[in-house]
Design a protein around this ligand. Structure first.
Ligand SMILES: NC(=O)C1=CN([C@@H]2O[C@H](COP(=O)(O)OP(=O)(O)OC[C@H]3O[C@@H](n4cnc5c(N)ncnc54)[C@H](OP(=O)(O)O)[C@@H]3O)[C@@H](O)[C@H]2O)[C@H](O)CC1
Ligand code: K
Length: 487
């Protein structure tokens, strides 16, 4: 798994490498120029924007290399009185291509290189930087961001409103968490890492990128032995479904079925809810206010379609107090917990790390008593705070889902796409994770595998549908069953 390093960690590695005499900037600028020559061999006119710091230095070296290759390179030094490091200064002085300013801005280009700001942006983009970036974006050609798109916060994923979206980001030294979650995902394009010859030690590193490969060892453990029966694969109980919302637990229960759980029960709060799922009669359904814990149940998923009535609140209290099993809390179970100190106390009384919370940003904001904007400005710290506060695994859903463990570790998921932004997907994810828990993966393994497999299923579905419109949530059930069987 690729480690994710925050700015502080990258700065300390950078300092050590520079002290050893490693020419980081030279490598960054030259390797980025080589990448452009390889991937855009037909680009004849390349506009390079160079900012005031070392990100600008990378851009100056790149512009110099490209100009020496007889490519029509146009260099705009955004702040001409910048105090550049010697390598950057030499490249600028040696530069033989065209020098431009805002006033003789080109009318066309084949490619734009954004080297305005990298790790060192400390305040909002000023009007001059905004104007240069706006002019560059108006050219309408692909944009290559050096290290990161200028204005993206590498630690949190927050994005300055003047940032221009890159087609590709060529990032240096290590992966940065902020590039892989939230709004930033719409600004980075494809991300390619150049380690600049430095090996980053993975010891004591909190964050990792979750790749399909990362979950292979967990899925291998689902391989079935001959001498088994349905009871060997656990019993999931999904609880939720007040009036008008019985579909939500039904979807979760079906997801647990497709994930391979041995037995699946669904209990609806609504008294007259159906007692059979005619499409999947394998499910055992019950309804009404008199829920009690059944000893055969090995995993519970609580919350889909539960509503926030007094009866629902009592049910959440009962489950939190009585359930000895791994427990996934979703949707209204989270909303009720956010409102009730008592429920929070019961949640904290559960054994550490046996509960999984699956909030979307609004539910996370309610749990933390803050705004959705605040959540989205720093998704990673939101998930880590919830996880440590409730001693639970927290899955903060959305672009670049964050999975945080109570011990401080976190993962950013790389699979999935916006086609999954449709009714019912949260219920399916909750049921899928329940189904994995039932088959004896640990809560953390189930969370990581469920999130990755759900996203991969969405990616496979999207392959045949360019825009990702109109996914009927259950269409991905057979797809994730296929992934679980084939990986
Ligand atoms: N870490 C690595 O492996 C490598 C890093 N390289 C590249 O270097 C940048 C980081 O360089 P740094 O100089 O620290 O930061 P920036 O280039 O992003 O810019 C800092 C300068 O920008 C000024 N600043 C900050 N915010 C603004 C703003 N809103 N408007 C105008 N000017 C701003 C800041 O000035 P201060 O007054 O705040 O000090 C600095 O002058 C990294 O991203 C890599 O691209 C290496 O070259 C390769 C290896
Ligand atoms: K940049």
């Amino acid at each position: 798994m690729k480690p994710l390093l925050d700015t502080r960690a990258i700065r300390s590695i950078e300092m050590a490498a520079l002290a050893d005499g490693v020419p980081l900037m030279q490598r960054a600028g030259t390797q980025a120029a080589n990448w452009i020559s390889e991937h855009y061999p037909h680009a004849r006119k390349i506009l390079v924007l160079a900012g005031p710091g070392n990100n600008g230095g990378d851009a100056l070296i790149l512009a110099n290399v490209l100009a020496q290759r007889q490519i029509d390179t146009m260099l705009l030094v955004v702040y001409p009185d910048s105090n550049y490091q010697s390598e950057a200064l030499q490249a600028w002085q040696a530069y033989t291509g065209t020098r431009i300013t805002e006033s003789n801005f080109p009318e066309s280009a084949d490619l734009v290189v954004d080297g305005v700001f990298g790790l060192g942006l400390r305040r909002p983009l000023d009007p001059h930087a905004q104007s240069c970036l706006r002019l560059a974006a108006a050219l309408g050609c692909p944009v290559i961001a050096l290290d990161l798109p200028s204005g993206v916060n590498p630690d949190t994923g927050a994005v300055d409103p003047a940032t221009i979206a890159a087609t590709h980001t060529l990032t240096f030294l290590a992966e940065k968490p902020g590039l892989h979650t939230g709004k930033a995902k719409d600004y980075c394009g494809t991300i390619t890492l150049f380690d600049l010859g430095i090996t980053v030690s993975d010891e004591a590193n909190a964050g990792h990128l979750l790749s399909p490969h990362s979950i292979t060892p967990f899925l291998e453990r689902l391989q079935r032995k001959h001498d088994t029966h349905k009871g060997s694969f656990g019993c999931v109980e999904v609880i939720g479904g007040d009036k008008g919302m019985v579909g939500a637990p039904l979807l979760a229960a079906r997801a647990a079925l497709y994930a391979g759980a041995g037995k699946i029960r669904a209990h609806f709060l609504a008294p007259h809810a159906p007692t059979v799922d005619l499409l999947h009669p394998e499910l055992m359904l019950s309804n009404g206010l008199d829920w009690h814990y059944r000893p055969e149940v090995t995993v519970q998923t609580l919350g889909p379609g539960l509503g926030q009535s007094e009866a629902a609140r009592r049910l959440v209290a009962d489950v939190l107090r009585q359930s000895p099993t791994p427990l996934l809390l979703d949707a209204d179970a989270l909303n009720l917990i956010a409102e009730s100190p008592d429920l929070q106390t019961f949640l904290l009384q559960r054994p550490n790390g046996t509960t999984i919370l699956t909030p979307h940003p609004r539910e996370a904001a309610r749990l933390l008593n803050c705004t959705v904007t605040e959540v989205q400005m720093d998704r990673i710290s939101t998930a880590r705070t919830l996880s440590s506060h409730f001693q639970s695994i927290c899955i903060l859903k959305g672009a670049g889902t964050v999975i945080a463990a109570p011990d401080g570790r976190y993962w950013l998921n790389q699979s999935g796409n916006a086609a999954l932004s449709c009714a019912g997907q949260g219920d399916l994810l909750a049921g899928l994770i329940g189904g994995l828990l039932a088959q004896h993966l640990s809560p953390l393994e189930s969370a990581l595998s469920g999130v990755m497999v759900h996203g991969l299923a969405g990616d496979l579905w999207l392959q045949a549908k360019n825009r990702g419109l109109g996914l009927i949530s259950q269409e991905i059930l057979p797809i994730f069953r296929k992934i679980l069987n084939n990986r």
